[in-house]
Write a protein that binds this ligand. Structure first.
Ligand SMILES: [Zn+2]
Length: 292
């Protein structure tokens, strides 16, 4: 199972046992992947089959959960808010959404509201949603799914109240670049494994920084290439796999650091040293980097 599939399976499990967060951010991936993940999770929440079978795909709830325009069927406890102006999801639209969200479910055990372009929330719209999240729902669970290319596009106050489900990099990777990075990274690691000198780790970090494209602080392609190279090396070096997989995961989230004007070189050095030195010292898998 890929890491994305594992995350989605964990979210489904929370939904089956009624423990899914009121607010869930679905970010990364393509728009179609975010929609598909949101629909599957909504069906898991609303489905009437036995918990282990949710989503069954065939019940009156599962069948009526669909994307607007693509399905003629309607579920009264499921709604999608798409951007109403060309560039924004306005406060007015969010408030009308909110009126539906403050009544009890009509048919299902719960309600699901999807914000299709949460990155376009106007500040007032985000505030309206935050207010809703602070009010307890009317007797039944109520979930908001916020879809966005990157959770970095959402207000920190929304992010801190939400479960984040990252659907992976939408970047198309260049296999030749990944191979080149993996070979050079693996060579530098070899030096470190032999002598233990941190200078080899700095060289390994330097290799990853040659992925390039870091002039634009919003670009994530360089980190996606570096993460793919590190995963490739992890497959070849089982003794380091836990640390390397944790490093790859951190690299995919490293764009947040870049946005705070930390140079790509410093980010690679910090993450490589942190995951490999600490991972080796403790003999344990490093937890994924927590960004603050
Ligand atoms: Zn069902």
């Amino acid at each position: 199972m890929s890491q994305v599939e594992e995350r989605l399976a964990a979210a489904r499990e929370l939904a089956r046992s009624g423990r899914l967060y009121p607010s869930v951010i679905l970010d990364g991936g393509t728009a179609a992947e975010r929609q598909a993940a949101a629909l599957a999770l909504a069906r898991t929440v609303l489905c009437e089959a036995a918990p282990a079978q949710r989503p069954c795909g065939g019940c009156r709830h599962c069948r009526r959960v669909g994307w607007p325009g693509e399905s003629a069927l309607f579920h009264p406890d499921f709604a999608v808010l798409e951007r109403d102006l060309k560039t924004a999801t306005s406060a007015a639209a969010t408030k009308s959404f909110a009126r539906v969200a403050t009544v009890r479910p009509f048919e299902a055990r719960a309600q699901v509201f999807v914000v299709a372009n949460a990155e376009t929330f106007s500040p007032e719209a985000a505030d309206a949603l935050l207010k809703l999240l602070e009010e307890p729902p009317a007797g039944a669970p109520r979930h908001f799914f916020l879809l966005a290319p990157s959770r970095r596009d959402l207000l920190p106050t929304l992010r801190s109240r939400s479960l984040s489900l990252y659907l992976g990099s939408p970047e198309k990777l260049d296999g030749a670049v990944v191979s080149r990075l993996a070979t050079a990274f693996s060579g530098a690691l070899e030096g470190w494994l032999r002598g233990g000198a941190v200078v080899h780790l700095l060289a390994a970090a330097g290799v990853l920084a040659t992925a390039g494209g870091f002039e634009d602080p919003r670009a994530t392609r360089g980190f996606a290439h570096a993460a793919a190279a590190v995963r490739k090396v992890a497959a070849e070096r089982p003794e380091l796999a836990p640390q390397l997989l944790a490093l790859a995961e951190s690299l995919l989230a490293a764009g947040d650091l870049r946005l705070r004007a930390i140079s790509a070189e410093r980010i690679f050095e910090g993450l490589v040293v942190r995951h490999l030195v600490r991972g080796r010292a403790s003999g344990m898998v490093s937890p994924p980097l927590v960004l603050r």
